[in-house]
Design a protein around this ligand. Structure first.
Ligand SMILES: *Cc1c(COP(=O)(O)O)cnc(C)c1O
Length: 420
């Protein structure tokens, strides 16, 4: 599928004008597509009573997009104080926020408890005694270790820094209960960009197994299980998309079986980021240079400050050239930014149509972990973000970074500690 075909169709006739009006580069997100995916997700889990998606804020932390998620009835998965602040600014509070951090600092516990609170999801047993005012409701992040083989991005859970080990899990809930917890949830996040629904079904089966084990050991009932995010999208043409509907049906059947056996079942939560917004974003950048040395290079006006995934993970992002969608892909090129860093490449040895200076390139599927991951190394600033509204209007939802933004941290009151 790379990037919804519908978006590409709606965008193609207008992209030249949009680039003219706003300048390049920019990420553009598609409200209609995000809403359609949100409705599809809700529909796929309609059979799981109380199901809720907590959008993973780190995937696309723009308030205008978060407002759409809030409107869809979704909560937010936050892992830092700024993410908490953003979520609260669009009206989320208390039950709408799941705070999952790793290597958590005291200020983060304080921020999670303030301003209406959040559902606290603890990453380690040693944190139980570091939470200042222990909440009545608590969740733990579970790491199955060798009980699950990893998927390709996260790798083996055994090597991942997250969560409570299987051996620790009963003790964690026991200690939480000693500290006053009375309501319980269980969370895990064992995969990333997983295209096989069966892997997610196994994850829910695993969670229900742990719920049973802990429940029997301590005589507690669980209010919810959170299967994490990690639902994949097809970045490459020809890749088979995740079968959301059959995955949802199988998971709902698991929950029904559990209810039949035990009389009740925990509510199901999920915290998808990529699946919700990934295919509904595109990075638009203009070709500004062309060079030929040992290889053929096309230089564009965006760089890793806009999109890190190719450089950081060797991730594939499909790339098309406006107006040349059907032209023969007969030149092998590297598409590069201007960073003094040789992994600043959006495509490596990719067969593309012949690109002229001034051409607009569409880097597909940048709606998740795109702009948010961009960094300003080398003084390369982050680009603007645009939102294509359902009514066809295009709205600036974040301006490009300026030199003043970049130098803002050099504005401070002088402070010197005297030498001895
Ligand atoms: C990153 C993250 C997610 C979202 O992952 P996606 O692959 O975007 O679905 C969800 N939960 C936690 C705890 C995360 O760290």
């Amino acid at each position: 599928m790379p990037m919804s075909a519908a978006l590409q169709q709606r965008l193609s006739p207008r992209l030249g004008d949009i680039a003219e009006q706003f300048g390049t580069p920019f990420h553009l997100y598609d409200e209609a597509g995000i809403r359609a995916t949100g409705m599809r997700l809700r529909q796929a889990f309609a059979g799981a009573e109380g199901f809720r998606e907590f959008f993973a804020v780190k995937a696309l932390p723009n308030p205008s997009v978060l407002a759409i998620m809030h409107d869809l009835g979704f909560g937010f998965d936050c892992s830092s104080v700024p993410e908490l602040v953003l979520s609260r600014r669009v009206g989320a509070g208390g039950d709408d926020i799941m705070f999952t951090s790793n290597n958590t600092a005291p200020e983060e516990f304080a921020a999670a408890a303030a301003d209406g609170g959040a559902i606290l999801n603890l990453d380690d047993v040693t944190l139980i005694d570091k939470v200042p005012a222990f909440p009545e409701r608590i969740c733990f992040r579970y790491n199955p270790g060798p009980r699950r083989t990893g998927n390709s991005i996260i790798g083996h859970p055994e090597e991942a820094k997250y969560g409570v080990s299987h051996e620790q899990v009963v003790g964690a809930y026991r200690r939480a209960r000693e500290r006053g917890a009375r309501r319980f949830g269980l969370h895990t996040m064992v995969c990333s960009n997983e295209l096989h629904g069966e892997y997610m079904v196994e994850t829910v089966r695993m969670l229900l197994g742990v719920v049973t084990e802990v429940g029997e050991a301590l005589g507690i009932a669980f209010e919810f299980v959170n299967m994490g995010g990690g639902l994949g999208i097809p970045y490459r043409p020809g890749e088979t998309a995740l079968d959301l509907e059959s995955m949802g049906a199988e998971i709902c059947a698991l929950l029904d079986d559990f209810r039949a056996q035990f009389g009740s079942v925990p509510r199901l939560c999920m915290e998808s980021g990529r699946f919700m917004t990934g295919p509904h974003g595109v990075l638009v950048t203009r070709a500004i240079n062309h060079k030929h040395i040992y290889r053929e290079y096309v230089g564009v006006d965006a760089c890793m400050s806009s999109l890190m995934r190719p450089g950081m993970y060797g991730a594939y992002h499909h790339l098309t050239v406006l107006g040349k969608e059907n032209a023969p892909a007969d030149t092998l090129v590297d598409v590069v930014g201007s960073l003094c860093e040789n992994n600043d490449k959006f495509a490596v040895q990719r067969a593309l149509p012949r690109i002229e200076e001034g051409d607009l390139l569409l880097i597909h599927d940048t709606g998740a972990h795109g702009h948010a991951m961009g960094f300003t190394y080398n003084g390369r600033l982050r680009p603007q973000e645009l939102l294509l509204r359902e009514d066809g209007s295009v709205e600036l939802i974040r301006r490009a970074e300026t030199l003043e933004d970049h130098f803002a941290t050099l504005n401070f009151a002088p402070q010197v500690m005297a030498g001895t």
